[in-house]
Design a protein around this ligand. Structure first.
Ligand code: ATP
Ligand code: MG
Length: 719
């Protein structure tokens, strides 16, 4: 392959990194300066110019989406498929290793992944078994405790004698939880990494094997690795030290989850002779956007310090919109997106970013009303919806009978007469005999200890699962899932339910079948297709959704936007308490992390950046008057265009353009107007839709909460 093919489209610093001799190398560079580009070119360079086999390369990124994109770019550069190249997330790659070495890590071959909701349920059950009161021992806190221990690589045994009573109990729960996982053949997210690390630490043969195999290790977004991930990298890069890391301290946004930006700083110490490359030219954004982002991040003190510049033109000013409430905000955003699309552009060039996943709901509502296709990344979580989890539980128990959480989830779904009492008997026996729920249920049925009716109910479940497994033997993945959905009764169960939600559930289940049909498990050489698919569901929950091919508006949290870029970006909800987040105002150091998050958001934009905030926001059920985010004040005013100084939506239905001018708006009401209703009492007008006789308003009543009322009949009195 020709050297110039790879180096031509790079600047001098980028070339230095891409074509560097073997050895540790750290690229410390700002947003949009080409770090990810350098990483992909480096892989292409190693394979295409240095003749390193793709098999000998291990590349780690933060999301599966990023990994996919990276593989695509590498193959584009090489002009052939990079088979054998290991590229993925820490979890994805670790999982693959566990599948290959399940014996060495003492897991059953059919082990399954426990996602965070299942983990929470399991912890609740453990608490019950230990007879600990949830009121004193909140399961969420214990979940956090357990995960934090694992992230530090600490096992219950390592605590030794514990004097502190509280810690003593926490560790006791941790231990019981671990045992429950092991018994059911389950690993949670942190466990996946920890097991790999322990395997490599413990087994010299394994360590030497993988260090010899992966001669080059590359990692993107190094600033967001936690202690365990860093250790993971060190173990793989151990012997040869060929670690190629890229990162930006200004974009470290996972401190709250244990990420350590110090990993960037200790790189030079831990990897002797590390070469450092800095890149300061930004290729992504207009000068205006870049200056605004630079001005904001300059308010942070703990920085390594960089000065990003661009050759791009000034571009348009940044638009600031002050909305009345979150609906008004959403309508504004979607209005601009429509204009963009109407002038011949694509929807997926636009991104709506928010601090909190809960903010997506209103955008989704307004997008649905406006009939604009969209996709939510991280948040809606296709794989976390109840009906999908039911389906997955069936599949998991078909794959692995001892999966207790799945047993619990579907033993009585659809209802087959397994009541709480029978289930409790199963649980007790499982505890007493130290076997799985499946094992206990079998024994209960065989010994007929329960009333005939209850025995039959449990037996019918056991037979169903065994039969599903038998009948689907040798089926192709899509067929298998379809068969299980049909014959488990799940599909009928949801079909019988009435209403829109049930309909969308059926659709989702059908979508699961097509997801399985399109599922590509090329990489999964060590796994059977079902296990690979279930792992994919657990690891990718929330990342991307169906209809990948459709042109959609992109919605995602700021955290999931890392590394991506879009021609138009809407950074929404810029309000104190929301962004910066309330928690960050209470904990030291967190405010700077929020500011970095803001910087990440702003630097996603290539051509146009919109900043929005709402004066009134209803979130998590209550309504607040807000004040603008301090970050807005940190953007130099000369870079900002206020779209509308202070909104006074006197006649919203006219403003929205939905009612022809001159039609009756005798009500003359505005958003935020206080009104009185004969029956519901006093409230505030929150939202509106429709026109003329169909005009409806949403009023938030003090006593009864929010209601939609037809304006013509509601007889609202302004107060
Ligand atoms: P982030 O910090 O957001 O992850 P990054 O440093 O990884 O950003 P990239 O995503 O690699 O930056 O690059 C940003 C954009 O600039 C991409 O569209 C990329 O193709 C483009 N780019 C990078 N380097 C060059 C170059 N030398 N010439 C032209 N375009 C470039
Ligand atoms: Mg990047």
């Amino acid at each position: 392959m020709d050297v110039s093919d790879i180096l031509d489209a790079l600047n001098a610093e980028q070339r230095e990194a891409v074509a560097a001799p073997p050895g540790p190398l750290l690229v410390l560079a700002g947003a949009g300066s080409g770090k990810t580009r350098v990483l992909t070119h480096r892989v292409a360079w190693l394979v295409g110019v240095e003749n390193i086999s793709p098999h000998a390369i291990l590349a780690v990124t933060f999301t599966n989406k990023a990994a996919q994109e990276m593989r695509g770019r590498i193959e584009q550069l090489l002009r052939y498929p990079a088979k054998g190249l290991w590229i993925g997330t820490f979890h994805g790659l670790s999982h693959r290793l566990l599948r290959a070495h399940w014996r060495e890590v003492s897991l059953p071959q059919s082990f399954q992944i426990l996602d965070s909701e299942d983990q929470y349920r399991l912890i609740k059950r453990v608490l019950k078994n230990l007879e600990l009161d949830e009121a004193y021992w909140p399961p969420r806190r214990l979940q956090w405790f357990i995960n934090a221990q694992k992230e530090e690589g600490r096992r219950p045994q390592q605590f030794g004698e514990i004097a502190d009573r509280q810690l003593h109990q926490q560790v006791r729960v941790y231990k019981a939880y671990e045992e429950a996982c092991q018994k059911s053949g389950l690993v949670d997210f942190a466990e996946i990494l920890l097991r790999v690390i322990e395997l490599l630490r413990k087994s010299e043969i394994m360590r030497e094997h993988y260090q010899a195999r992966f001669r080059h290790v590359l990692v993107d977004e190094l600033q967001d690795t936690n202690a365990m991930q860093y250790e993971w990298l060190r173990l793989f890069a151990g012997a040869h030290n060929n670690l190629f890391g890229v990162g930006d301290d200004d974009q470290s946004i996972y401190g709250w989850r244990g990420a350590r930006v110090e990993n960037m700083l200790s790189f030079e110490r831990d990897f002797a002779g590390a070469r450092l490359v800095r890149m300061e030219q930004n290729y992504r954004s207009t000068e205006t956007i870049l200056s605004a982002a630079n001005a904001v991040i300059n308010h942070n003190e703990g920085r390594l310090g960089k000065n990003l510049w661009t050759e791009h033109k000034e571009g348009e000013r940044i638009s600031l919109y002050t909305a009345f409430n979150e609906f008004d905000e959403a309508r504004f955003v979607i209005g601009r997106i429509r204009e963009w699309v109407e002038s011949g552009n694509r929807r997926d060039e636009t991104a709506i970013l928010y601090r909190s996943n809960a903010q997506s709901r209103v955008f989704e509502e307004v997008l649905l009303d406006a009939n604009v296709p969209y996709r939510v990344y991280g948040g809606l979580r296709f794989f976390e919806r109840a009906e999908i989890k039911d389906a997955l539980a069936f599949l998991r128990i078909v794959a692995s009978r001892h999966d207790d959480p799945s047993f619990e989830r579907v033993v009585n779904v659809p209802t087959r007469g397994v009541g709480n009492r029978s289930l409790e008997a199963v649980r007790q026996l499982a505890r007493a005999d130290d076997v799985s729920l499946w094992g206990a249920a079998k024994k209960l049925v065989a010994t007929r200890q329960l009333a005939a009716r209850n025995t039959n109910a449990i037996a019918s479940f056991l037979t169903l699962i065994d039969r599903l497994a038998e009948d689907t033997h040798g089926f192709e993945l899509g067929e298998l899932i379809e068969h299980v959905l049909q014959h488990s009764g799940l599909l009928d169960h949801y079909r019988k339910e009435k209403g829109e939600q049930a309909e969308s559930r059926v659709e989702n289940l059908e979508e699961l079948v097509s997801a399985a049909r399109y599922f590509n498990y090329e990489d999964a050489d060590e796994m059977d297709p079902l296990s690979a698919f279930l792992a994919h569901a657990a690891l990718e929950a929330g990342e991307g959704q169906a209809n990948e091919w459709e042109d959609c508006v992109q919605l995602m949290s700021l955290h999931s936007a890392k590394g991506l870029e879009f021609p138009i970006v809407f950074l929404t909800g810029l309000e104190e308490g929301l962004f910066p987040h309330q928690r960050s105002l209470e904990e030291t150091g967190r405010l700077e992390e929020e500011r970095r998050l803001c910087y990440v958001g702003m630097t996603r934009a290539m051509q146009r950046l919109y900043l929005t905030h709402a004066e009134v926001r209803r979130l998590h059920g209550s309504e607040h008057y807000t004040s603008p985010s301090r970050f807005l004040g940190e953007v130099p005013p000369e870079l900002i265009d206020e779209v509308r100084p202070q909104p006074q939506l006197r006649r919203p239905w006219r403003m929205a353009g939905s009612v022809p001018v001159g039609s009756p708006d005798a009500v003359g009401m505005k958003l935020g107007q206080r009104v009185r209703h004969q029956k519901f009492g006093e409230g505030v007008v929150m939202n509106y839709e429709g026109q003329g006789a169909h005009a409806r308003v949403q009023v938030n009543f003090q006593a009864t909460g929010s209601k939609w009322l037809v304006l013509a009949y509601a007889n609202l009195q302004q107060i």
